[in-house]
Design a protein around this ligand. Structure first.
Ligand code: MG
Length: 459
């Protein structure tokens, strides 16, 4: 007969065993990672971030089922350096790619930098990238050279062809390291990438997997498939976003159908703010709409600027059973932190070089404060700004919405701005004259960090 005094211990033991039977943080079943990285999607472009006409029911559901971050930063406000930081967990200047690559660029992400895919492959993950790469388009630097088992996509931006960009190299769709489509029908890209990701999920369940789904849209020129053209109340741009939302829904559906939802961390974010500030070259022909539509919501600036609208982007994370549902967090965190968090979650080996990312899992799962104390805003080789928890110091040209990094001549007057991001996240009031002590303190931080990483200052 069972001794009643032992019963509580037996139950406790059984419950501990049950807990360990679940896929859990730190046990032997590392989670699958689906990292959806959108090109030039603005802070204000989704329903769950306040867009009034674009409908994003699947992303809104993702926000309800997970966490929505409202102070999430990428490490550059243009494509290549932002991607370099995500892939390496390091500021782009440190990772060797402070500026954009073109279609005819030699090289790419330095080969002594370790990518997230390489780190995950080392611990047994199957890895796939679908979409825009933009970290090197020559042998030795392509996705399949940098840790991805398979690839389908455009090796750089979808405008990098005549008439928008002068180049002899045609824009081609690549499968692994070979071009498979000479004249890319861009209306098919969002669904082609989605289909490839779904196929990969369905056929790679023996090992944990990492999928990097980096949509080419809504970087200009924008294209939606015939199923979505004219469907949105938000115009052509809305059609494109709603097709991306559908893609997110399709991925969630297949994870559910395959019984993988509970052991998959899905992340949705963007590489930089919206390209509202197009240069003249983008206005040359159809089908580029003169009115683009990407929105930073209430944030100042846009792509290519060091205001919040260039660097702060939507970020949603869903991991049923691990990340509590319906959270909204204003804690400061970055794409480099995603890198560090994924390394820790998956048991990847520690990074060979010093990371600038920090593990934010407690923020996601336990409503902890962000471990991040500061964030630096780079513009190429220049350090434009720094933020601590409350204050942001910016030393750069005014660079309003309609001045892009491509049209800055270098002759614009440099101004010093201090913003109280707690009370004024929209950067409406320059408080520099009222708080000289914060200007001095943050200027010292900028000088120290610029010296540490070899960046230039505009002061
Ligand atoms: Mg981009």
């Amino acid at each position: 007969m069972l001794n009643n005094k032992l019963l509580p211990f037996i139950l406790l033991f059984a419950s501990i065993s049950l807990i360990h039977a679940q896929p859990a943080i730190g046990d032997n079943t590392p989670p699958n990672i689906v990292l959806i990285f959108i090109d030039d999607l603005g802070y204000g472009d989704l329903g769950c971030y306040g867009h009034p006409t674009i409908r994003t029911p699947h992303l809104d559901q993702m926000a309800r089922e997970g966490i929505k971050l409202t102070s999430f930063y990428v490490a550059a406000s243009v494509c290549t350096p932002s991607r370099a930081a995500l892939m390496t967990g390091r500021y782009p200047l440190k990772a060797g790619l402070p500026g954009n690559l073109g279609p005819d660029s030699e090289g790419g992400l330095p080969q002594d930098e370790r990518t997230l895919a390489e780190a995950l492959k080392e611990v047994g993950y199957r890895t796939a990238a679908y979409g825009k790469w933009h970290l090197g388009a020559v042998p030795g630097y392509m996705p399949t050279d940098r840790g991805f088992d398979e690839y389908l996509g455009l090796l750089y931006s979808n405008d990098m062809m005549p008439p928008w960009v002068n180049t002899e190299r045609p824009l081609q769709l690549y499968r692994n390291d070979q071009p498979i489509e000479q004249e890319v029908d861009q209306t098919t890209l969002t669904q082609q990438y989605t289909d490839a990701a779904i196929g990969f999920i369905q056929s790679n369940q023996q090992k944990p997997f990492f999928i990097y789904l980096a949509h080419s849209m809504p970087h200009l020129p924008i294209y939606a498939s015939s199923d979505f053209q004219g469907r949105s109340a938000g115009g052509d741009y809305g059609d494109v976003i709603e097709e991306i939302d559908s893609s997110v829904g399709q991925i969630a559906e297949v994870l559910e159908a395959e019984g993988l939802a509970e052991n998959t961390l899905t992340i949705f974010t963007s590489d930089n703010g919206p390209w509202r500030n197009m240069p003249e070259r983008m206005y040359t022909t159809d089908p580029v709409e003169q009115w683009h539509g990407g929105s930073t919501g209430p944030l100042a600036g846009a792509k290519g600027t060091s205001y919040e609208g260039g660097f702060r982007v939507p970020a949603l994370l869903r991991w049923p059973g691990q990340i509590p549902a319906a959270q909204v967090s204003p804690e400061m965190c970055t794409s480099m932190d995603l890198h560090a968090t994924i390394l820790n979650l998956t048991g990847a080996k520690s990074a060979p070089k010093t990371l600038d990312g920090v593990d934010i899992l407690p923020l996601l799962t336990q409503q902890a404060e962000s471990p991040r104390d500061d964030f630096y805003y780079f513009s190429g080789e220049y350090l434009d700004a720094v933020r601590d928890n409350r204050w942001k110091l910016r030393i750069a040209a005014k660079a309003d919405d309609w001045i892009s990094h491509e049209t800055i001549t270098g002759d614009e007057p440099i101004i010093t701005e201090l913003f109280d991001l707690r009370n004024d996240p929209f950067e409406q009031f320059n408080l520099g004259q009222h708080y000289p002590e914060h200007v001095s303190r943050l200027l010292m931080k900028m000088r120290q960090f610029a010296e540490e990483v070899g960046a230039k200052l505009r002061e």
